[in-house]
Design a protein around this ligand. Structure first.
Ligand SMILES: [Zn+2]
Length: 248
């Protein structure tokens, strides 16, 4: 394509984007206000007031303590507090059910930048998103934890490894389950295809939300029983403050 054709194509693309914005203006997913020029994904006020945990800046935090009760976790942190009705809970709904891939990716990059600045995640070798069962993946068309993981990986300069930790059972969703049921629901449902790929590595498990911690614990138990000499850390986009962390 010559230079003039490229310029025309780029102008046409911008024109199409402007037209799209005019008829379908992007809105802040938290408060619903139309985003202004320069605002990306969240309006300035909601970004400013985002209930971030700040846990990635500390070695010990409630998520680290929670997971440490079950396995020797290296590092653990969630990005923000999930509280029903806060407005920020709508973000998770969008990630999970509305296919907002660009939103998951953007939050991955935001959190990834924070993790990169923290001294505690510098030695992560591989990022391992919590897998969906193939049936659910086909039905939904994407794995939100995976898209989030790619955003993290970009900033942490670590590879995302898909398909080696797998979900072998198509278990019912954890949503609307009690604490005891959540643990039973994910017990023994994960498997590792090729343990050598994870050997001697520091793995960063990634999920969208931590509630009881049952899913992450089940993944970690599988990895630790199958892989020789691996270390495990875990991060999630949100933490349900209601469930185990005594807030809200
Ligand atoms: Zn807003």
């Amino acid at each position: 394509m010559n230079r003039t054709a490229k310029r025309l194509a780029s102008e046409a693309e911008q024109w199409a984007k402007d037209l799209f914005r005019l008829f379908v203006p992007p809105c802040c997913p938290v408060c619903g206000r139309v985003l202004e020029e320069g605002e990306r994904f969240l309006c300035t006020a909601c970004r400013w007031e985002m209930p971030l945990t700040g846990w990635w800046k500390t070695q010990e935090n409630p998520m680290q303590e929670r997971l440490s009760d079950f396995f020797p976790v290296c590092r653990a942190s969630a990005f923000f507090y999930y509280q029903k009705g806060s407005g920020y809970d709508r973000l998770i709904h969008r990630f999970k059910y509305e296919g907002k891939a660009s939103l998951s990716r953007a939050f991955g990059e935001w959190f990834g930048e924070e993790l990169r600045r923290s001294e505690y995640y510098a030695d992560v070798d591989l990022i391992v998103p919590v897998p969906l069962h193939p049936y659910r993946f086909l039905k939904r068309g994407y794995n939100q934890a995976e898209i989030f993981a790619f955003g993290l990986g970009k900033k942490l300069k670590a590879k995302v490894c898909r398909g080696n930790l797998v979900r072998k059972t198509h278990n019912p969703t954890q949503t609307r389950r009690g604490e005891k049921e959540r643990w039973e629901n994910v017990d023994g449902i994960f498997a590792v295809r090729n343990p050598d790929r994870f050997r001697n590595r520091h793995l960063l498990l990634v999920d969208d939300v931590i509630t009881t911690g049952a899913t992450l614990v089940s993944c970690a138990e599988t990895l630790l029983s199958r892989v020789e000499n691996c270390r495990i850390s875990a991060v999630t986009l949100a933490v349900s403050s209601r469930h185990v962390f005594g807030k809200g």
